[in-house]
Design a protein around this ligand. Structure first.
Ligand code: GDD
Length: 409
């Protein structure tokens, strides 16, 4: 049997995702019309004998209750949210629930970060993992040397694929091969995590015995049950024939900012074109608006036949798109109204917002720049004939004049 664990973090993380994370936990923000966490969960479903999917985080349980019950029914695999009282680090969080995870007596445990976007080649990775015979296999990818510092950089044996060296977000360049945040472990991972905690406890005790210096250092040092998968487990185990790597040649991105969510929405829509074409608009002939490229439209949304939509557009529940509207590269959230002849390009339009007639909400589309996409928070009103360019507008604002490169608080 196999158990999957998705690390979802909590409200104190994901701050770069504001203002969108003010309304919804980041893991539930829709990409290609599905909650972010839905993509890794449905990838796990491709593994035979999947017994359970656990989401581990420190958000309130009620925020995930609706989602986990509906996805359990849909996938016919029990999905449960497990709440940590406080953050224990990615490995500490996993270890907290080791007894529960081991109840299914799994031979393998999949561990996935929720904020990565990729094709999750899990069946292929599991096969490679079994062949290597180690305790864990890490999904890795080659990125540009300039961007590698944002991730865990690693060196692998070109022939055996063994992980030889691992450094988390190094200051000086180590390698352009990086950690994708997708792992397959045997249950021995728990022994390794508990080993690190015990070592920490022993050291703390020693310090306490040695001198009054202890008083100062115990307050400063990391709590013994805070263990990070990358720094505390991968780094020390590199080069010990226990960890191996599986390189993906497919797409991979990290989703820390709203700009990246727009880019990842496009990647998932493109994947739907091959994997689930029935989810895309235009395929069924029901939506009569003119559709360009990959577009997702929720069945409850109303789109005027003279609107032109796409590419890379996701329209959520109960949105209304008026006559002559033009939408390109955007995410339109629930209950939004876009009035006649409005234009939306490279933007995220928050829940219940409204965009007036002949208005334009747009940006340059540089997904990595702070103001590279325009974001309207919840319940923002853009009045008729107003132009909003490269700006972020916080919830509940009304714009009656045009703005450019501004953050409206
Ligand atoms: N439950 C829980 N508890 N989840 C956590 C905690 C915790 O205490 N801390 C982090 N997470 C979750 C986050 O929500 C995220 O999904 C994942 O664990 C990793 O988050 P971070 O530890 O903040 O690391 P990161 O995202 O900056 O970098 C990691 O992922 C990169 C790939 O996206 C590292 O492993 C990098 O090496 C890697 O390249």
């Amino acid at each position: 049997k196999v158990v999957a664990v998705i690390m979802v973090g909590g409200p104190t993380k994901g701050t770069r995702f504001r203002p969108l994370s003010l309304n919804i936990p980041k893991p539930l923000f829709p990409l290609a019309g599905q909650p972010m966490v839905h993509h890794p969960i449905s990838a796990c479903k491709r593994i035979p004998n999947l017994a359970h999917v656990y989401l581990i985080g420190f958000y309130e349980e009620r925020e995930f209750a609706l989602y986990v019950s509906s996805i359990s029914n849909e996938l016919k695999v029990p999905v449960r949210y497990l709440k940590e009282e406080k953050p224990h680090g990615s490995a500490g969080g996993l270890n907290n629930f080791s007894d529960l995870i081991m109840e299914d007596n799994p031979s393998h445990i999949l561990v996935l970060n929720c904020d990565v976007c990729c094709s999750f080649p899990l069946p292929e990775m599991l096969e490679a993992h079994k062949k290597y015979g180690g305790m864990g296999t890490i999904l890795v990818i080659k990125v540009s040397a300039e961007s590698a510092y944002q991730f865990g950089e690693l060196v692998a044996d070109p022939v055996t694929k063994e992980l030889l060296h691992y450094t988390e977000k190094p200051e000086t360049f180590v390698s352009d091969l990086i950690n994708c945040g997708v792992y397959i472990f045997t249950p021995h991972i728990f022994t390794a995590i508990q080993g690190v905690s015990t070592q920490r406890k022993d050291r703390a005790n020693l310090r306490r015995l040695s001198s009054f210096e202890a008083l100062q250092s115990t307050t400063r040092s990391t709590p013994t049950n805070f263990v990070r998968l990358d720094q505390d487990i991968l780094s020390p185990l590199a080069g010990k024939k226990q960890l191996y790597t599986y390189e993906t040649l497919d797409f991979w991105e990290q989703i820390k900012t709203p700009g990246m969510s727009l880019k990842c929405s496009a990647l998932y829509l493109a994947q739907f074109r091959f994997a689930y074409p029935h989810l895309l608009a235009g395929g069924d002939g029901i939506k009569s608006a003119s559709i360009v490229g990959d577009v997702y439209i929720h069945p409850s949304a109303k789109v005027h036949p003279s609107a032109k939509i796409g590419p890379n557009v996701s329209i959520s529940a109960n949105a209304r798109i008026g006559a002559g509207a033009r939408l390109i590269s955007c995410i339109i959230l629930d209950d939004v109204e876009i009035k006649e002849n409005a234009v939306v390009i490279h933007a995220i339009v928050g829940w219940k917002s409204s965009i007036g007639r002949w208005s334009r909400v747009q940006a340059s589309g540089d997904y990595n720049a702070k103001l590279g996409i325009t974001i309207l928070g919840e319940a923002v009103t853009v009045e008729d004939e107003v132009v909003v360019i490269n700006s972020i507008v916080l919830p509940n604002k009304t714009l009656n004049v045009s703005v450019q490169e501004e953050i409206i608080l």
